[in-house]
Design a protein around this ligand. Structure first.
Ligand SMILES: C[S@@+](CC[C@H](N)C(=O)[O-])C[C@H]1O[C@@H](n2cnc3c(N)ncnc32)[C@H](O)[C@@H]1O
Length: 269
């Protein structure tokens, strides 16, 4: 989820919409070489939230997965079943191809290695990596095309359904309009079950980020805006954690910090 060129965030008229998105380009540009430092930070954060919860989640959802598997691979040791959703079918084709493959060598091996390292797994080798990826393939259940701008983005029957929702750099990337982001937050958070946990990442205070030659929107989310949104959607203040991970070297790409947050819904009384 990174840009690699100077972004002129002052010209929103130049923003691309997602009809111009190419899953392969996104993967090649941002995920094909190393686990970038900001990605290391948010993956470690997701793992820490899940580890601390000390529960096995029944139903998990990765919302806005794009063509990526690493957040689901991370969740696979903590959740019995994982659904994945994104607006673009092209992204889900990428996911489906990975699910259908049983190759030990996969695009996500280095991310799985990093995940196992964060968990303190000794003697990480290709067999352990393949085992975790097989666990993810088994846990991943439904792949859904969904628009976060819809009320009930996965249908009314998924309201209050998921024990864990993970969403990386999606809801803040839908539009540069903060009101749209707030509505997307409300829609996606409505799928959390009582007692459920959200882990969400956004580009901090970013109004445009670049993929390839195109600029895509950012809603300019700040710590206060994230905290307010989580609280207004009934997540508990006591569970709320919002952090900014600085990455000043990325300022030229349109952002100089990554925002990561987690919170829980109150259990049913
Ligand atoms: C920057 S990518 C993040 C992908 C992935 N989660 C990651 O961390 O790399 C933003 C994602 O948001 C998805 N997206 C854009 N508009 C959306 C919408 N209205 N509803 C759901 N997903 C949307 C895009 O298809 C894209 O996969």
């Amino acid at each position: 989820m990174r840009g690699f060129s100077v972004v002129d965030s002052t010209s929103p008229g130049a923003l691309a919409d997602y009809s111009a998105w190419r899953a392969r380009d996104y993967f090649e540009t941002y995920y094909s070489e190393v686990v970038l430092p900001d990605e290391q930070a948010v993956l470690a954060y997701q793992l820490e939230v899940m580890r601390r919860a000390d529960v096995r989640y029944g139903r998990a959802l990765e919302y806005g997965c794009g063509p990526t598997l690493h957040r689901a691979i991370a969740a696979a040791a903590y959740a019995a079943r994982i659904d994945m959703a994104d607006w673009l079918a092209d992204n889900l084709v990428f996911v489906r191809e990975w699910l259908a493959s049983d190759a030990m060598e996969s695009d996500w091996n280095r991310f799985t290695h990093f995940i196992l390292q964060c968990e303190g797994t000794p003697d990480i080798d290709p067999v352990r990596i393949a085992h975790r990826e097989a666990q993810a393939r088994k846990a991943i259940h439904g792949l859904y095309v969904s628009d976060a701008r819809w009320h009930d983005p996965l249908g009314e029957e998924r309201r209050g359904y998921y024990d864990l929702v993970v969403s990386g750099f999606c809801l803040d990337a839908v539009s540069s309009d903060r009101g749209v982001w707030r509505a997307c937050m409300q829609n996606v958070l409505s799928m959390l079950a009582p007692g459920g946990t959200i882990v969400i990442h956004a580009l901090h205070d970013c109004t445009a980020y670049k993929v390839g030659e195109r600029m895509f929107p950012g809603a300019g989310v700040t710590v206060d805006a994230m905290a307010e949104s989580l609280l207004e959607n009934d997540l508990t203040r006591a569970s709320l954690d919002v952090q900014v991970i600085p990455c000043p070297d990325n300022a030229v790409y349109g952002y100089s910090g990554i925002l990561t947050a987690s919170a829980r819904k109150p259990p049913t009384p």
